[in-house]
Design a protein. Structure first.
Length: 306
């Protein structure tokens, strides 16, 4: 049985956003993993270039434009708009039940908007067929709260899954990249464990490794730091920051964790009672006199002392 949190070593704690991801990878696999990461970074830069410009400036990689969503009579989103530029990170904030997870599911086409436009990589996905949505899900990967790992196969097989599915790599290359990705996300050597042997934080780290194995253009994280201890939250936050800076990954992070939002967000959108009542930078949000935003910020300080 693994005791993950105890295995975090000093080196992991000392990593900062500037520490190259490849430094976490052991020498025997670093060439293969380096090439894999380089490929991902180049692909993400190309994806950013491919997004259509708006008024001669890079357009959003992802956008919600006047989106509405109800379940029966129950209105979840009402005229919600926000965007994420390529390579940037958007944090979606708001109380429980405001539609944060629903927004992520709509982005991947698991739920349909009633009205409005949702764009991914410049294209409106709202009328997409299931097959077209599968292409979207290849470009945009979700890291679920519980990891959503396949329970009956090992950690290594989980991480290898997207690479085997694509069928472009030789088996020994896949095994090397699996080893390197696990080292990179701080769970080295766990290949042969089953997801049920792991803590929540480890499952989430492995879910991130599996997401990276798919070489996505964007990653959606649903509450990446909830239900783990502060140390693990710090490590996951650092990892997300390094992926953003070093792989130029476009990201959306749903979170209640204001420290995480401050660290990661280029922009935040605050959902409240069906509306996006704020969309801007974290500094702008902190300066806003809006009592709802101020209450959220104050409550957060009570729950999570700085
Ligand atoms: N498939 C569904 N059918 C009916 N109602 C749903 C469905 N999915 C979500 N809802 C409702 O939509 C609302 C928004 O849910 P959502 O999961 O997006 O909240 P959230 O902002 O992610 O909250 P939390 O912070 O607790 O995760 C909730 O009231 C939820 O019960
Ligand atoms: Mg949610």
């Amino acid at each position: 049985m693994a005791e993950p949190e105890n295995k975090l070593d000093q080196q992991q704690l000392e990593t900062s956003a500037d520490t190259p991801l490849i430094e976490s990878v052991s020498e025997d696999v670093s060439a293969e993993v380096g090439e894999f990461m380089e490929q991902a970074a180049q692909q993400n830069e190309a994806a950013a270039e491919a997004v259509p410009d708006i008024k001669n400036r890079p357009g959003p990689y992802i956008s919600f434009e006047h989106v509405y969503k109800s379940f029966g009579e129950f209105v979840v989103l009402e005229d919600v708009s926000f965007y994420v530029l390529p390579g940037e990170t958007l944090c979606i904030l708001g109380r429980s039940g405001v539609g944060k997870s629903v927004s992520l599911q709509m982005l991947l086409g698991f739920l349909k908007a009633d009205k409005g436009v949702i764009k991914v990589a410049g294209d409106n996905i709202c009328g997409y067929t299931e097959r077209e949505l599968q292409d979207v899900r290849r470009k945009v990967t979700m890291v679920f709260q519980n990891g959503a790992l396949f329970d009956s196969i090992t950690v290594g097989e989980n991480v290898a899954f997207p690479m085997r599915e694509r069928g472009e790599m030789a088996e020994d290359q896949i095994l090397q990249v699996v080893k390197g990705l696990l080292e990179m996300v701080g769970v080295a050597g766990m290949e042969n464990l089953l997801p049920s042997d792991l803590s929540t934080g480890m499952k989430r780290s492995i879910a991130i490794a599996r997401a990276l194995a798919a070489q996505p253009e964007a990653v959606l994280y649903d509450e990446p730091t909830t239900m783990v201890d502060p140390l693990m939250a710090h490590l996951l936050g650092n990892l997300i920051e390094r992926l953003k800076q070093q792989l130029h990954l476009t990201s959306i992070v749903v979170t209640h964790d204001m420290r995480l939002a401050k660290k990661l967000a280029d922009r935040v959108v605050f959902l409240h009672a069906g509306k996006a009542i704020f969309f801007g930078t974290m500094e702008e949000m902190e300066r806003s006199p809006d009592p709802i935003l101020q209450e959220f910020l104050t409550l957060d300080e009570l729950v999570v002392p700085a």
